[in-house]
Design a protein around this ligand. Structure first.
Ligand SMILES: *Cc1c(COP(=O)(O)O)cnc(C)c1O
Length: 355
């Protein structure tokens, strides 16, 4: 039986997507060729790339609004660098909400002055800073919508006149919002969209071309836009699986429909964390809790051995917290069924009865 997969990333994908993807590896579109052994310039693959790009914009409500979607390589980590290379002329403003934001800041510092508008480092990133201001003369403002490691999530986003850039690696396509507030959104595929190996980048075209730096081709968003995401050989398999996942999401009713289920899953688990005296949540304020990655601890670590054995026996995978936080992290990405969360909650209740 399939495990209840709470892995933080790479992570669970819809079972139907996995089935179709495995078939395409053997015989793609009835061509009697594998998806991964045909030219990326062939009509069948160009269609995959085009569908992936247009479905991304459609699901985010960004069609015909001046945005382009790209599927690039190098992970979200490459976008930390690429964003700064393309947008940072003088200074940039960054919100520091944890490990990933820190890494983005480190890259941007190579190119200009960096203003850290706020940080939650003082409390091991267990909250989202609020009431900060973004300098109006910044080239852009960068934030991380969901902090995969610490289990916090931004909502709402700050209002500012400067271009907003967002790392949405771990919550893209999981909740509704006005995506047109952002000039640039990027997300590594391996958390809510597909296998590792490709990164979705959504760019409002008119924010580009405003800096004086000479940009190497592979780092230049305009080069990738000009070549329809085919400047170099794209990651054909990750792009294909992403397309299947986006089709799966569209068929089930898009982000509005998945958001309802994501809310149910998060409510179910956080209610138990709050009710069960053996557990406590890691995040300080309830309003900052991530609906994708729930971080929690045992109040008394002497239950650890028993609890670990119980969830493993219940068929649960990937529940250990990140080493910088400890405890537990339940990642509840789009493809994780509600019933998997119920299994985890039942184990938590069972531990309470036994303890
Ligand atoms: C996982 C993750 C990253 C890093 O992605 P890579 O594809 O490994 O570079 C960046 N940001 C966030 C929010 C993440 O969750």
């Amino acid at each position: 039986m399939k495990k209840h997969n709470f892995s933080a990333g790479p992570c669970i994908l819809p079972q139907s997507v996995m089935q179709k993807a495995s078939e395409a590896v053997i015989n793609f579109n009835g061509l009697n060729l594998s998806l991964i052994e045909i030219s990326h310039r062939s009509k069948d693959f160009v269609e995959v790339m085009e569908n992936s790009r247009s479905l991304s914009l459609e699901l985010l409500g960004l069609q015909n609004k001046g945005y382009k979607a790209l599927f690039l390589q190098g992970g979200a980590s490459m976008e930390f660098l690429r964003v700064a290379t393309n947008l940072l002329e003088n200074k940039a403003a960054y919100l520091n909400t944890g490990t990933w934001a820190n890494k983005a800041i480190k890259e941007a510092k190579l190119y200009g002055e960096l203003i850290e508008v706020a940080s939650s480092k003082d409390n091991n990133f267990n909250y989202i800073p609020k009431n900060y201001s973004v300098p109006t003369d910044a080239d852009y403002f960068h934030c991380t919508s969901n902090n995969t490691i610490f289990g916090t999530q931004i909502n709402p986003f700050p209002k500012t006149g400067v271009v907003k850039v967002c790392d949405m690696s771990s919550d893209i396509f999981s909740r509704q919002m006005d995506f047109s507030q952002f000039g640039l959104i990027y997300a590594g595929a391996q958390k809510n969209m597909g296998p590792a190996g490709t990164t979705l980048v959504i760019i409002k075209e008119d924010i580009l071309g405003k800096i004086s730096r000479v940009i190497p081709s592979m780092l230049d968003y305009q080069v990738h836009i000009g070549k329809d995401s085919m400047f170099n050989t794209p990651a054909v398999f990750p792009v294909y699986v992403s397309m299947l996942t986006l089709e799966w999401l569209k068929d089930m009713g898009g982000i509005a429909a998945i958001e309802k289920i994501n809310n149910q899953k998060a409510d179910l688990l956080y209610s138990e964390i709050d009710r069960n005296p053996l557990f406590k949540g890691f995040v300080a304020e309830k309003e900052d809790r991530s609906k994708m990655n729930a971080t929690f601890n045992l109040v008394d670590d002497s239950h650890k051995e028993t609890f670990d054995k119980m969830w493993q026996e219940a068929g649960i995978n990937g529940l250990n917290g990140h080493r910088s936080v400890g405890g537990y992290r339940a990642s509840m990405y789009n493809a994780l069924p509600l019933k998997s969360v119920q299994v985890l909650v039942d184990v938590m209740k069972e531990l309470e009865r036994k303890a």
